[in-house]
Design a protein around this ligand. Structure first.
Ligand code: NAP
Length: 282
């Protein structure tokens, strides 16, 4: 019998707890605040930023947008980041990707102060995660870890297969699974015989952005399947990387799209802003 991992419900629970913590901070005269920088007019980013703003508002986190045109120079962007790093009223800084090609996004991420790096993209945080020290962890993998914890899914000694090796999902996910003592295999576009690898997975996490890529014959009986993919089809509906209806029959646990990993990503962003605020109070 397959159980649905309800990211929407779990994210509500986390946001409720955070709302209380934000209130306690406000009683001490501290107002957690997130700054979001967006360069250019990517329509997807506009929607993401709006959703983040609404989510912050609901838990009482202040939110300020810094919007810049497509032709903004890298120098100007770094200047803004440096200013926000020094601004004591700002606790978290998020640079929305993508940015225009003339900007080196890794340089921008490196410029964000590690203490305010709520997306966990600064190499200091990436490194701390790698060596098992306290770190801001990229929100999507962190949200997935919280799902495993909430549903008491045992990871130690399990074969975890991750599809996708992006800096924001796949790579930090590898570290998160290693830190949970899983045996990790990562697949990407150059991997051969993916099906043979995924069939051995006790836990299969797909983050590639290909609609219904993971089919039933790729999944082991009783596997835990986490679908990170968000794929918009021509007629507007959103599907994940997993052929949910057919795959779910074989799984012990599975996340839906929408309502799975997506809401958890936002919840962990809010969590990281509160964490950043507390660190900066010390
Ligand atoms: P990305 O940067 O485009 O990376 C995609 C990864 O998938 C790459 O490592 C690529 O391999 C691999 N890949 C692509 N096609 C493949 C194939 N046919 N077989 C095996 N591997 C393949 O994407 P991303 O930012 O990680 O996002 C992945 C998906 O997750 C997207 O649908 C995105 O919208 C979604 N997402 C969702 C959330 C959420 O909160 N739910 C958050 C972030 C992303 P190479 O490295 O070899 O190119």
């Amino acid at each position: 019998m397959s159980e649905l991992i309800d990211g929407k419900e779990l994210s509500k629970k986390i946001r409720k707890k955070l709302k209380k913590e934000v209130l306690e901070l406000k009683e001490k005269g501290v107002n957690p605040k997130l700054a979001v920088i967006m360069v250019g007019n990517d329509p997807g980013s506009t929607v993401y930023v709006r959703n983040k703003s609404k989510a912050c508002e609901k838990v009482g986190i202040e939110f300020e947008e810094f919007l810049f045109g497509e032709d903004t120079t890298e120098e100007k962007l770094l200047e803004v980041i440096n200013k926000l790093n020094k601004d004591n009223t700002i606790n978290g800084i998020l640079l929305q990707s993508p940015v225009p090609n003339h900007i080196d996004i890794n340089k921008a991420f490196r410029t964000i102060s590690p203490d305010k790096d709520v997306d966990g993209f600064n190499p200091i945080n990436v490194g701390n995660l790698t060596i098992g020290e306290d770190a801001f962890i990229s929100c999507t993998p962190y949200g997935i870890v919280k799902m495993f914890e909430e549903y008491n899914i045992e990871l130690e000694g399990k074969n975890a297969v991750i599809l996708g090796r992006s800096n924001i999902v796949g790579k930090p996910m590898i570290q998160c699974m290693l830190n949970k003592n899983s045996t990790v295999t990562v697949c990407h576009s150059k991997t051969r015989n993916i099906k043979e690898i995924t069939r051995n997975a006790d836990v299969l996490i797909s983050a590639i952005g290909r609609p219904k890529f993971v089919t039933e014959d790729m999944v082991k009986e009783g596997a835990v399947v986490i679908d990170v993919g968000i794929n918009r089809l021509d007629y507007g509906s959103i599907v994940g990387d997993v052929d949910f209806e057919n795959v779910k029959e074989k799984t012990s646990y599975i996340t839906p799209v929408p309502g799975g990993v997506g809401p958890m990503t936002i919840a962990m962003l809010l969590n990281n802003v509160v964490k950043a605020t507390k660190i900066q109070m010390k």
